[in-house]
Unconditional design. Structure first.
Length: 354
């Protein structure tokens, strides 16, 4: 095997290059993965547009120790190649998805099962070299085998779907609830699919009229509401006197958390998923006087969400609905620019073999 590979390397704001570099050598507990599909998300796009804010380019990451230019990619699948070690449950040639999040398994949060909040957490592609490359070294603890017959393209969006599943679990939704989901972009779509898989709940989706809202209807939304002057009244009529049990804010648009506070029923729950780019003001008085719970969600729990994500992708049309294209690594900067400009409504994947 060659000792060199190509990789999409983040150097700074607006500066992602396809560089040649050495193929990584796995450490103990890791295997070498030949990447077959890798994706990008809003975090990658925002770092490309105005970062680095979380990428450890100028400052060393406290857990990973990485500092300097970094290989992107925390959404990836691949084939295990080379030696897997005596204690591994995997073998060379296995096709696997990676959750990308590395937890220690020993700290308090890990012991509680909340591995996404591990005190020593490291994410491939965010805190150390990731999977937008021909190869990546990855801990076996982050891997799940692909189900037989699942296409590579579909498997390529398993990690962000796992994030949506975790959000659905965090939402406090119970079967029988009436839910308003604000935003039907990629993350909103993953949350919708997670909700419909986990619960028998009525979900109404709010977004601008167009392809995203149409997609939500095809993927299980019970009703859709288009943003406009009559949207608030339409929502009130749809939910009736019982009100909205849970509102999930997945758009990150300014003012939407306050809108959720105004719309959710007394004693209801709001899950904040989207990340606004500016600080937001909210009516704390209304929040307290109505005993409204606000919850948040971060990443996913690999052992709980990734395998379920792959099962959903095997049995649904989600991949066909969301994936907009598969590109060579040479397209990475262009696609990041499109994503950061809001010109990509679904998911794009990269195949480093083309």
């Amino acid at each position: 095997m060659n000792t060199q590979m190509i990789a999409a390397v983040f150097h700074g704001s607006g500066d992602v290059r396809v560089d040649k570099m050495a193929i990584p050598t796995p450490s103990s507990g890791e295997v070498l993965l030949r990447i077959l599909r890798s994706g990008i998300c809003g975090t990658d796009a925002s770092e490309f547009k105005s970062g680095p804010k979380i990428f450890p380019i100028a400052n060393q990451h406290p857990n990973s120790g990485h500092q300097g230019p970094m290989v992107l990619g925390h959404e990836f699948i691949g084939e295990i190649v080379g030696d897997v070690g005596d204690s591994s449950d995997f073998k060379s040639g296995d096709l696997v998805a990676s959750g990308a999040g590395i937890s220690c398994g020993k700290c308090t949060r890990c012991q509680e099962g909340r591995t996404n909040l591990c005190a020593n957490y490291v994410t491939l592609g965010l805190n150390r070299d990731g999977g937008l490359a021909e190869y990546v070294a990855v801990p076996t603890s982050t891997l799940v085998r692909l189900p037989a017959g699942l296409s590579l393209d579909a498997a390529g969006i398993s990690q962000p779907l796992a994030v949506g599943l975790h959000a659905a679990r965090r939402s406090n939704v119970r079967s029988g609830d009436k839910v308003l989901l604000i935003g039907s972009g990629a993350i909103g779509t993953f949350v919708l699919v997670g909700l419909k898989h986990l619960f028998d709940a009525e979900v109404v989706v709010l977004d601008f009229a167009g392809s995203r809202l149409d997609r939500a209807a095809r993927l299980g939304a019970d009703r859709t509401v288009a943003v406009g002057p009559n949207a608030t009244q339409e929502i009130k009529e749809l939910f009736g006197a019982g009100g909205i049990d849970v509102i999930i804010e997945a758009s990150g648009a300014p003012g939407q958390l306050q809108f959720a506070i105004e719309m959710v029923k007394r004693g209801g729950t709001i899950l904040q998923v989207g990340l606004p780019t500016t600080a937001q003001e909210i009516d704390v008085h209304k929040l307290v006087m109505n005993e409204i719970d606000i919850r948040t969600t971060l990443a996913h729990v690999c052992g709980e969400d990734l395998a379920v994500s792959l099962e959903i992708l095997s049995a649904s049309t989600l991949a066909a609905e969301l994936i907009e294209g598969v590109y060579p690594l040479a397209e990475i900067a262009h696609q990041l620019d499109l994503l950061s400009s809001g010109k990509i409504q679904g998911k794009v994947l990269f195949d480093p073999t083309i």
